[in-house]
Ligand binder design. Sequence first.
Ligand code: TNX
Length: 660
Amino acid sequence: MDSIVQGCTPPFWTQRPTFRRQAAVIVSATIVSLLVFASVSSVSTIGRSGARPSPLSLIPWPAKLVHGPGVFRLDPNARIVGRGAALSEARKLACELRPATGFGLPVSESGTGAVSLELDPALQGLGPEGYTLEVTSTHVSIRSAAAAGLFYGGQTLRQLFPTEIFSASSVKTVDWTAPVLKIEDRPRFGWRGHMLDVSRHFLGVDSVKRLIDNMALHKLNVFHWHLSDDDGWRIEIKKYPRLTQVGAWRGTACAIPNTLPGETCKRYGGFYTQDQVRDVVRYAAERHVQILPEIDLPGHSRALVTAYPWVLPSLINTSKSVQGHKANALSPAKEQNYRMIEEIFAELVELFPFEWFHIGGDEVNANLWKDCPEIKELLRREKLASHQEAQNYFTRRLESILGRLGRRMCGWNEIAHDSLLKRTGIMAWTGNEPGWAAVRRGFPTVFACAPYNYFDMGYPDGNDEPDSQVWAGLIDVERTYSFEPMPASTPLSLEERRNVLGVHSCLWTECVRPWKSKTGWLEIASSEEGAQYRTFPRLCALAEVGWSEHLKRSWVEFRDRLGPAHYLRLFCRGIKFRVPPPTVRVLARGQFEIVPPFSGAEVRFTSDGSDPTCASPLYRKPMVSADPSKIRARTYLAGRPSAVCSGPDRAADNRPRKAR
Ligand code: TNX
């Protein structure tokens, strides 16, 4: 039976009239910008075969791809067929292709169609996320051993069509063709994740869903929801209502004061109800994204502690955590704390079906525990030699609570200790070394290495851009792309390498808020836009690190797939991504060269020290200047300017700025 509208939840924002209006503007800007690109340069990417130019800009790049001659054309009468269990994936694909094409794309369970999706047990060797995609001049076939693979085949197919396929409203001027080819694909890692901190700045359900949607199109499959921290508790817990009544709000009129730099709000905050969380979990599952909840314990707990002060040690001192908070860690010696945690976790595991549960465990200020008699007594009774061992004891207790609740615990690398079960997971954030150490000790480990994958760090050439963290260095897209959890030099045995679950990026949101540049070239209108600006395009690089084989990765090829094609996809989706600026280099005898951020980028420049505008000359080739230090350049992408590259040789500087 045909089903045109039933059967999937379309990205909900495609239904919003304001977004549709915005999309119409975006699409026309996109077309104008493509014309600019076409006239400025011949945009051509060299395919992996090396032999022939390829217009393909797939991100992440697939494992095997063979080109054929000709194209497939999606026509208005096309039908999508999904037999049996493939039907729901066929419906999702149709939902994703309808808005831009404006075609009905009926979905059926039998018969023939222009596009077919099929479950095929013979493809088990590709794993549940692997798939084959064959495009002939008349037909597209996606096959996989499991639903996730069909979904990812569909994501690849979307990227084979012109970039406007990502528009939220119909684009009449485009011929919906995809090149004839065969792809066989599977991910390198089973865990490809991204974390969003909603405690420091709160992002509502719609923003979270948009992020999940954008993760899924990059084939990321774990959304890590950092739901509690010093600055706010963000999820309704029925048994402990003060967690959100008190813990979700900060400001001059609240029990939790303003603390983020420059913050002067009266009342700021928000939280998700359990019904909202169920809805988000469902939405993510439809996109094959699992949600990893994090409740950060025993440190980073000012919000919890303010709501229920009895969780603190009975005697505390004035010592401070890394972020400067006093009294923000629970006592590991109070039995009622473990009862409370078990009751909170019991509510949470009902909401989050993912096998993993994150308990934080980072940056605990153990000095806070020094003077407390009940903690001294705990050390004596349990023969714990230090406050670190007291944290290990606390973590073990949480591990058994989660075991009882049917979940596997994971936490930041500070928790790694041999007394934990080897089914517990470690998330390495301070560098690759703690990750390798955990792997060698037998822990399943996810690599979320700050100097590569912390998107709250600034961009290296970020003039007049939003405030950022710098402690782990400045991180450009190339740096994220260069991330490798298992370089050839890593002394890990084959057996140990199996413990590397995958890769992960993090967006901490201390600095994520609306913002306007001094010279007016950039306006970040909301916290969501702030988050997007930091996340994209670095997340695109992380996606390829997680999916594509290490030795087949090439930065230059990736860079030219990103620009312009993938940027235009992000643009069509309304993402406030960061436009990459060019670099100015001085050559001999006053000659200068401007290096575009990708082949064929529209770069405009001035030579008198003023900021370039869209009317400034287009850079084409090296030139001579009386004073190269006055050269200023910026990229324009779909009409959006980048930051100004001011002067020569402002190369990426990834040095850490401040020790933690
Ligand atoms: C470290 S990474 C933290 C966060 C901060 C972040 C800022 C980690 C486990 N803890 O609490 O927000 O740095 O970059």
